[in-house]
Design a protein around this ligand. Structure first.
Ligand code: DON
Length: 315
């Protein structure tokens, strides 16, 4: 069933209302501090951006403020890998929710180096190792070229923030441990290349505006509706979006499904990207995080938008 887009005036009004609710909640959260450079970000920043399949765009608040993709990058590294080499990356990774924190090592150890899904850190590090190229630099070039081409914005719209990269490279010992376990089991060939690629993709910058624009192919069956470029085969796109619904919000995925009802992907930098299939991509950015490491303002704002614009996929 195709669902019509809401009228532009209704989208504008819902966006303004959602922003107000989300902004008020920012005071209840805390910025991520385990990556020292992220601790310097202003917790009161809050922006929302929407891009619709018919080429309209809407934004409110700090929608042009740059932030690093962090875990939101996982959707796009997976897309780039699947677009280039098909579903091979799933030979050593399952598609089930983990029920654990995104950085957890427990199931990876129990399940012999095979990550539960591509949106926990272990799965994303494995995915990074599958990006084309022999070195981390080559893989990151591929990743940023993919972002630039899929969005029509060019790779220059997605620069790597070297300070954030360095900060995580200096402190990301647990991610190295995940990679070492996978190396032990033969799941990845090279720890340093995989981890450096992963840290650099996480440190790649965007804005709520550019993130929503980039995500239009996910909304539209794998084809960017504005450039006409096919990014992913429809079946691959379906899987990548479905995984957002089951594993995109870590162990808050159940309450997010109930309160918002849209496949989504969060990041510790404060992004929550939500996909309303066939209709629109919504990016929220609010670096103040709740208990589970997801943006408290963006989740609330998405709840308001989904209710007012009747976007839930479960309705
Ligand atoms: O690996 C990390 O810990 C970060 N680079 C990304 C984690 C993240 O964004 C989890 N999101 N909620």
């Amino acid at each position: 069933m195709t669902r019509p887009l809401p009228a532009p005036a209704d989208i504008e009004a819902a966006l303004a209302a959602a922003w107000k609710v989300g902004k008020a909640r920012c005071a209840d959260g805390k910025v991520a501090a385990y990556i020292p450079e992220l601790a310097r970000v202003d917790p009161s920043l809050f922006g929302l951006a929407i891009h619709t399949v018919d080429g309209q765009s809407y934004s409110h608040g700090d929608a042009q403020h740059p932030f690093t993709l962090q875990s939101a990058s996982k959707v796009f590294s997976l897309s780039a890998v699947v677009a280039a080499s098909g579903e091979k990356v799933f030979d050593h990774m399952s598609v089930e929710p983990s029920g654990d924190a995104f950085f957890s090592i427990v199931k990876l150890e129990e399940e012999k180096g095979q990550p539960r899904n591509p949106y926990i850190n272990a799965g994303a590090i494995l995915t990074s190792s599958h990006l084309q190229g022999a070195t981390a630099d080559a893989k990151i070039d591929r990743f940023r070229t993919f972002l630039g081409q899929s969005s029509g914005l060019g790779a220059g719209a997605f620069p790597v923030n070297e300070d954030v990269f360095r900060s995580e490279a200096d402190t990301g010992h647990r991610n190295r441990a995940l990679a070492e376990i996978m190396r032990h089991h033969g799941t990845i060939p090279d720890v340093e290349v995989a981890v450096e690629t992963y840290f650099r993709q996480c440190a790649t910058s965007c804005t709520a505006e550019s993130l929503a624009r980039l995500s239009l192919y996910l909304v539209n069956n794998g084809r960017d509706p504005l450039t006409g470029k096919r990014v992913l085969a429809p079946a691959s796109n379906h899987g990548i979006v479905a995984l957002m619904a089951t594993s995109g919000m870590y162990d808050e995925v159940g309450s997010h499904a109930i309160e918002v009802g849209l496949p989504s992907k969060s990041s510790v930098s404060g992004a929550v990207l939500a996909i309303a299939p066939g209709r629109m991509a919504i990016a929220g950015f609010g670096p103040a995080l709740g208990q589970k490491g997801n943006s408290i303002g963006a989740m609330k704002a998405l709840g308001v938008l989904a209710a007012r614009l009747e976007l839930s996929v479960y309705r």
